[in-house]
Structure formats: structure tokens, C-alpha cells
Design a binder for this molecule. Structure first.
Ligand code: MLT
Length: 562
């Protein structure tokens, strides 16, 4: 929450600000500006006025009072004021007065809900910039990691078993990821906030609406809950970064129009790579490794800004005869994505905001995030790393699962009809299992309960489309599938994950092309993966290189006496 807001500021109340010890409503922009200047909240304006007044006072005090000196004084003062004003933005953006702003921010940060995320209470121009916020936060976290390593570097976190080595490292703690943490029973927390908490705290496009993904990006990067103004400023920044070079479209056009949407999307991301700031800085050898995070941040923000345009292009190329819809400057990130795909109903815009937010991050060990991390650990730039991550996401056991779920449900309807009984469902589930196939959307590598992302999509469906026949089917499957999987005896988690639900919602609003669904996942996941990559560079994490062994090595090792 910011200095201009009461707790429900996102929902259109009169902006408030603290002035002379009290919260006061600020109806006019001028009133807020004056408060800013008096309290040095807008550093550039305050500094210009201070230096300007000092210069006038100085010149009048020491000058001789005749027409020529007076005119010269006024002229010099005016030039000085213009100079300070015009250079001020750059000067202060460079963080040279960050001490003042740091002290002020510290004074007003307060823990939110006892979690690690914080609400920021003060605004100045740099408070609206994600980069400045991050720049303040990074040194703290670097010190924290240094201390952790020096004090506890040798503490053991568990035992590695043969099962773990041959079983996909399941249950093995082996990665550092600051943006989110997955609890097997409770599900994901983004910087300490659960999904319902994010829905409550992150700014929305409309009162009581779904969280804006710009808010989750801010939260993942800074650990703080942003205000609506900060989120709006980030929306604008992302729109400004969303220009796509022509060669990207040409590269995609070189592929057959029916190539899998993930192939077209990942190809587009690779084509965007030629503009990498990280690669440029690294090639020119102008950058110290302590600053690697800065071009990584630039690349990441450009990438996050550009991929909805590329993804929408792929969709329109494949399914709408190439009729592209331009971005709408009045819309937020996810709203614009839905709009560019061709969906403008307010409910679909809300669904897209929720969808992108909840798919944004799932700690560091899932296939796509882990690939992104490992590729970036070789100092490959964010485009190369994210394209690799997308290729992992394109696998049916990861991001392709959402495509599989809807196709499976549709084939079920084809075989059993829409008015399917629970007995029909049970038969169909058994038939799938006895065909050696998995029930798509059920189970998870880490989760041991129903995925909270599933639950929140279910709540969205109950609110907006309770009578949709496919939603009813999904609800019935929720009752039918887990007991059958439990009966099998081998399944650790029989409960549904997010993908068991997402498809029927998209289908309801007209996005019926299931093959395209993993691309939506990819656009969303860029937010989490890029945030993780920025932190990887900020914390100076090294190249990832675990040790591998042969079966013979394992056999010999296991024969040795303990
Ligand atoms: C994800 O969102 O990445 C999936 O649930 C898979 C995972 O966490 O392993």
C-alpha cells in the first residue's frame, strides 16, 4: 500500500497521504505534488526547487542591484533550474540519492500477515520503478547469502539415497530459489504468500477482481506487495517494451503453419534473442560480474513484455488466418494478452489475469524452471535460458498436460456423451489406466494434496460458469478419480493439479484449441523463471554441475561395509 492510499485504494477511494503527522485526503494532483515537495518524496522536484531557491538567494545577496546584473542573475538561475530538472531524472535514477530513499523506505516497511512479503508505504518516482526497488533489495540479500554460507555452509540437509539418484532426484533438496516455495500439503507460496492471500493483497484491474500478473512479478522480484500505482507503472513499462522486430515474425513464418504452437513460440523466443543486452554487455567485456543482474533484468523485462505479442501472433497465425490484433494501450498485461488473442469479454480478461498469476512460478525444481536455471548458470542470457525452459514445458509430463486434459475430457464426451453417469466415468478412467496411460491432470511430483491452483480455478468456475457441462464433468472427475488411483495402491498423490481444471475454463470462453494451451502456460511461467534468473545473477550463483555416477559405481558403493 502506498502513501496515497487507504487499504482499499485499489478500489477507487479518495487517495490519502501522510502530511504533518496525519493521514489527509488528497483530492487534487497539485495537493499531492506540494506534499511530495515538502516531504522530499519527489526527489527531482524537491531538489530543483531547493537548488533554484538557493541560487536566487545567493545571487541576490552577493550581486549588485542594477538592471544588467539582475537580468544576468535571473538568466543564470533559470538555466541552472532547467539543467537540474533535466539531468535530475537520470541523476536520481542512478541511485546516487538512494540513501535518503532507502532510509525513508525502511522506516515505513511493515511485515504483511507475518509473511516474508512486505507492504511498501512510501512513494516517490523511484518507488514506482521496479529496477530501483530491486537495486535496494539485492545488496541486503547478497549479505544474507554470504552470512548463511559462512555460518552454516557445512550443515547437512539430508541423505541421498540410490532411489533419489535413479528416481529423478525426488525429495532431494538441491537448489536455491528465492521467489517461491512449495509445501507438499499446502501448495505454492509466492514470497511467503498463499494463492488466496495473493488474491486478496495484489492489486486488481477492478474492485474485488483477480490479481494482475504485474503484481506477482513485482512480488517475486522484490518480496514486497506492490501498490496499484506501482503495478500500473509496471504495466506501462511492459507495454513500452513490447515492440517486436520484424525478423521474429519472419522466423516463425518459416515454420509450417500447423507446427506445434510450442515449437512456433519457442522459435519466436529464440529469434528475440538477437537483441540480448546481457550478451552484448558480456561480449564487449564492459561488465563486472557483480553487475550481471542488470542486463539480465533488462532482457527479462523485455522478454516478459514481448512474449504475449509473439504468443498471440502464433495463435492468430494458426487459428485465425493470420489476422493479427494490435495491443490496446489501455489494457494491463494479461488483459492485453487476451485481447490480442481475440477475446475481449470482461470475464475472459479476468480469467487470463488469474491464470497468468497462478501459473507464474512453482519454485525452482520443476522441469522448466530447473532447465532455465541450469542453462543460465552457464551465463547464457535469459532468451536462451527461457527458450530451453519452454522446450521442457512442451513435454506431456509438464506443460503439455493441460492440452492432454482437455483432449482426454473431450474424447470421454465423444465416447460416453455429455450426460455421463459416475459409473460411465469410472469405466472410462479404468479403461485409460488399463491402456497403460496416466489420467492427465491428476498427481504431482511434489504436491500431496489438491493443488491450490486447482481450487482457485474451481472457485472461479463456481462463480462464473457453474452450469458449464464440462465444468460439471471436471467436478465429477474430482470425486471419481482419486479413489480409483488410491485403489491402485502405488500412487503417492491421487489429487488433481492445476491442469485438471484450466482447460475447461479456457474452452468455456471460446479458447477451444487445446494444442495451444501450453503456450499460455509458457507466457505465464516467463514471469517466475525470469525472476529466478535475475536473482541467480544477483546472488552470483555458480554454474550447476552435479556429479553423476554409473550403475556399476552405485553397485560397488552399496557393497562397501557401512
Ligand atoms: C508446475 O507448475 O511447474 C508443475 O506443477 C510441475 C511441478 O511443479 O513440478
Amino acid at each position: 500500500m502506498d502513501a496515497y492510499s487507504s487499504s482499499d485504494s485499489n478500489h477507487g477511494s479518495v487517495p490519502r497521504t501522510r502530511l504533518f503527522g496525519r493521514e489527509r485526503p488528497m483530492h487534487s494532483v497539485l495537493g499531492r505534488k506540494v506534499a511530495d515537495v515538502l516531504l522530499w518524496r519527489d526527489t527531482r522536484v524537491s531538489a530543483t526547487i531547493l537548488f533554484g531557491s538557493a541560487a536566487i538567494w545567493f545571487l541576490f545577496y552577493f550581486g549588485e542591484y542594477n538592471f544588467v546584473t539582475l537580468s544576468c542573475n535571473i538568466f543564470i538561475t533559470t538555466v541552472l533550474v532547467i539543467f537540474i530538472w533535466s539531468t535530475g531524472a537520470e541523476f536520481f535514477k542512478g541511485g546516487r540519492v538512494s540513501l535518503i530513499s532507502k532510509l525513508r523506505s525502511r522506516a515505513v516497511q511493515q511485515p504483511s500477515l507475518g509473511n516474508s512479503a512486505h507492504c511498501l508505504q512510501v512513494h516517490n518516482s523511484s518507488d514506482l520503478e521496479l529496477h530501483s526497488q530491486l537495486k535496494e533489495f539485492i545488496p541486503e540479500q547478497q549479505k544474507r547469502l554470504k552470512k548463511l554460507k559462512s555460518e552454516h555452509g557445512k550443515v547437512q540437509l539430508g541423505n541421498i539415497t540410490v532411489d533419489m539418484v535413479v528416481g529423478g532426484m525426488r525429495g532431494m533438496t538441491g537448489l536455491l530459489c528465492e521467489t517461491s516455495l512449495l509445501d507438499p500439503e499446502e501448495g505454492i507460496r509466492f514470497r511467503g504468500l498463499s494463492i488466496p492471500e495473493c488474491q486478496k493483497l495484489l492489486p486488481a484491474a477492478k474492485p474485488g477482481g483477480e490479481p494482475l500478473p504485474e503484481g506477482i512479478l513485482w512480488l517475486l522480484l522484490t518480496g514486497k506487495v506492490p501498490s496499484k500505482e506501482q503495478v500500473d507503472s509496471l504495466s506501462k513499462e511492459l507495454r513500452n517494451r513490447a515492440t517486436i522486430p520484424d525478423h521474429v515474425y519472419q522466423t516463425i513464418n518459416a515454420l509450417p503453419v500447423n507446427a506445434h504452437p510450442m515449437t512456433q513460440f519457442a522459435t519466436g523466443v529464440m529469434a528475440l534473442q538477437v537483441q540480448s543486452e546481457f550478451q552484448k554487455a558480456y561480449d564487449q567485456k564492459v561488465i563486472h560480474k557483480s553487475k550481471y543482474w542488470e542486463p539480465t533484468f533488462e532482457d527479462s523485462l523485455n522478454l516478459i513484455a514481448q512474449i504475449p505479442v509473439v504468443a498471440a501472433y502464433v495463435y492468430r497465425r494458426m487459428y485465425k488466418n493470420g489476422r493479427v490484433i494490435p495491443m490496446d494501450d489501455s489494457l494491463d498485461y494479461a488483459g492485453n494478452f487476451a485481447h490480442m488473442l481475440g477475446f475481449d469479454s470482461p470475464d475472459m480478461l479476468e480469467l487470463m489475469r488469474l491464470y497468468v498469476t497462478i501459473h507464474s512460478d512453482h519454485e525452482g525444481g520443476n522441469v522448466s524452471a530447473h532447465i532455465g536455471h541450469i542453462v543460465a548458470s552457464a551465463l547464457s542470457d535469459p532468451y536462451l535460458s527461457f527458450a530451453a525452459a519452454l522446450n521442457g514445458l512442451a513435454g506431456p509430463l509438464h506443460g503439455l498436460a493441460n492440452q492432454e486434459v482437455l483432449l482426454w475430457i473431450k474424447s470421454l464426451v465423444e465416447e460416453c456423451g455429455e450426460n455421463v453417469t459416475k459409473e460411465n466415468l469410472e469405466d472410462y478412467v479404468w479403461k485409460t489406466l488399463s491402456g497403460g496411460k496416466l489420467i492427465p491432470g491428476f498427481g504431482h511430483g511434489v504436491l500431496r494434496k489438491t493443488d491450490p491452483r486447482y481450487t482457485c480455478l474451481r472457485e472461479f468456475a463456481l462463480k462464473h460458469l457453474p452450469d458449464d457441462p464440462l465444468f460439471k464433468l471436471v467436478s465429477d472427475l474430482y470425486e471419481v478419480v482419486p479413489p480409483i488411483l488410491l485403489e491402485l495402491g502405488k500412487v503417492k498423490n491421487p489429487w488433481p493439479n492445476v491442469e485438471a481444471h484450466s482447460g475447461v475454463l479456457l474452452n468455456h470462453y471460446g479458447l477451444t484449441e487445446a494444442r495451444y494451451y501450453p503456450v499460455l502456460f509458457g507466457v505465464s511461467r516467463a514471469i517466475g523463471i525470469c525472476s529466478q534468473l535475475i536473482w541467480d545473477r544477483a546472488l552470483g550463483l555458480p554454474i550447476e554441475r552435479p556429479k553423476s555416477v554409473t550403475m556399476e559405481w552405485l553397485q560397488n558403493y552399496c557393497k562397501k561395509p557401512a
